[in-house]
Design a binder for this molecule. Structure first.
Ligand SMILES: *[C@@H]1O[C@H](CO)[C@@H](O)[C@H](O)[C@H]1NC(C)=O
Ligand SMILES: *[C@@H]1O[C@H](CO)[C@@H](O)[C@H](O)[C@H]1NC(C)=O
Length: 396
């Protein structure tokens, strides 16, 4: 349990950790000694945005600084005025050639496969230049903010240069999470909130809800059903505990599923097909389990045994798919390694407990069989099979 709480705790606070890594944001000295009133460290890709906003003429002087850029790489920073993400981005692109020379231009991105061709933007850029200093690429620009607006969606990126032209960027989490909003007026105060934090926050929320529900509570609820009912004193309590845990897991799981659908519909152009399909299957199977409860034959009904097998079968399918999808989700979200390790730790603990209880259950079952034989009971079969054949003793 401690590990689960630890995992929850981390994911919930991870946003603030990421966005508070302001390190050298303010202390950086530009080669031209320019001083910028505001600086935010962007949440991914080691980038910083420095700026001065001029309310009198609605312009902003920016310096976009991307650290750790080698030769034959491009970096870009963009405002997306009418949308979000890559399509529609009004980008400033700096291309570092193989000899280290830096070429800078603007590009209005019209689609996913159109590349970063040179074109004019939907707003004026009276000043644009770039340099590369100690591996930092800095793009200096003055933007005439469109429509007098001050709050925009922004996106930034890095990719390879081949044959002097920008190539497609990687699709690592770093590359997919480099979107957010920027407010040129309140930026200074909002820096701690983390630009792009909202999407990251929603992804983390989605991850926590689903990891806890499908990935931890569901297996725990199944263990209650399988191992508690062997104890006579646990009748019929195990049944209600099982239902309570699974109902809670299902409730949280549906919330997590909803956040996943929303994330999917919001991230146009990015598809995690198998993660999505497994998620939809999980929701369907989980819902089936809820209805199965309502359609359950009476304990002494002759078909009850088949219902039990069906219910456990679907249950095990849900658990294996749930755990699989938590791992797929962890790979997509790509938090620090320790969170994957923590989840693996939780699973190993659950598995270890299950192995012990499994052994103990068989011990009890065999012992009871023996006692039944010695006492000459015909045996009502209540405990004859460890697992599903609990006929008369199962809570109705
Ligand atoms: C906008 O105003 C600022 C000062 O208010 C000035 O320094 C800057 O040159 C102006 N920019 C343009 C593009 O007119
Ligand atoms: C570096 O390469 C670019 C073309 O990629 C060329 O225009 C430029 O002259 C080169 N600079 C030097 C110093 O060789």
């Amino acid at each position: 349990m401690g590990k689960i709480l630890h995992l929850l705790f981390f994911i919930l606070i991870s946003n603030s950790i990421i966005s508070s890594s302001a390190q050298d944001c303010r202390s950086y000295s530009f080669t031209n000694n320019a001083i910028y009133a505001t600086c935010i460290s962007l949440p991914v890709q080691n980038s910083h945005l420095h700026w001065n906003y001029h309310p009198t003429n609605g312009t902003v002087d920016i310096a976009y600084r991307h650290t750790g850029v080698s030769t034959s790489q491009w970096v870009a920073w963009a405002l997306n005025v009418n949308g979000n993400g890559m399509v529609g981005a009004q980008a400033l692109v700096a291309l570092v050639g193989s000899n280290g020379s830096v070429q800078v231009y603007t590009s209005s991105v019209s689609g996913y496969n159109t590349g970063l061709q040179q074109s004019s933007l939907s707003f004026d850029v009276p000043l644009l230049r770039a340099e590369r200093v100690n591996g930092d690429v800095v793009i200096y620009a003055t933007l005439v903010l469109p429509g007098g607006g001050t709050n925009f969606n922004q996106v930034w990126q890095m990719g390879p240069v081949s044959n002097g032209a920008p190539g497609a960027h990687a699709l690592n989490p770093e590359n997919r999470n480099s979107v957010g909003t920027v407010d040129f007026v309140t930026g200074q105060a909002g820096a701690g909130g983390g630009v792009g934090g909202s999407l990251l926050h929603r992804r983390n929320t989605h991850g926590v809800l689903n990891a806890v529900s499908w990935g931890v509570l569901m297996p725990m609820g199944a263990m209650v059903a399988r191992y508690l009912k062997v104890f006579k004193v646990a009748h019929p309590a195990w049944f209600y505990i099982h239902v309570a845990i699974q109902a809670t897991a299902y409730g949280i799981g549906v919330a997590g599923w909803g956040t996943g659908l929303k994330l999917g519909s919001d991230s146009e152009g990015i598809k995690y097909t198998s993660h999505r399909n497994i998620g939809i299957t999980l929701f369907a199977l989980g819902t089936l389990q809820v209805f199965a409860l309502l359609l359950r034959p009476k304990p002494d009904h002759k078909y009850r045994i088949y219902w039990n097998i069906y219910h456990a079968g679907v249950g095990y399918a849900v658990i294996s798919l749930g755990i699989t999808n938590v791992f797929k989700g962890l790979d997509i979200l790509d938090p620090e390694k320790k969170w994957k390790h923590a989840y693996i730790g939780v699973l190993i603990s659950l598995a270890a407990i299950a192995v012990l209880l499994e052994a103990f259950t068989w011990f009890i079952v065999l012992k009871r069989k023996n006692e039944d034989k010695q006492e000459g009971h015909a045996g009502n079969g209540a405990y004859a099979s460890n697992g599903y054949g609990h006929g008369q003793n199962q809570a109705a």
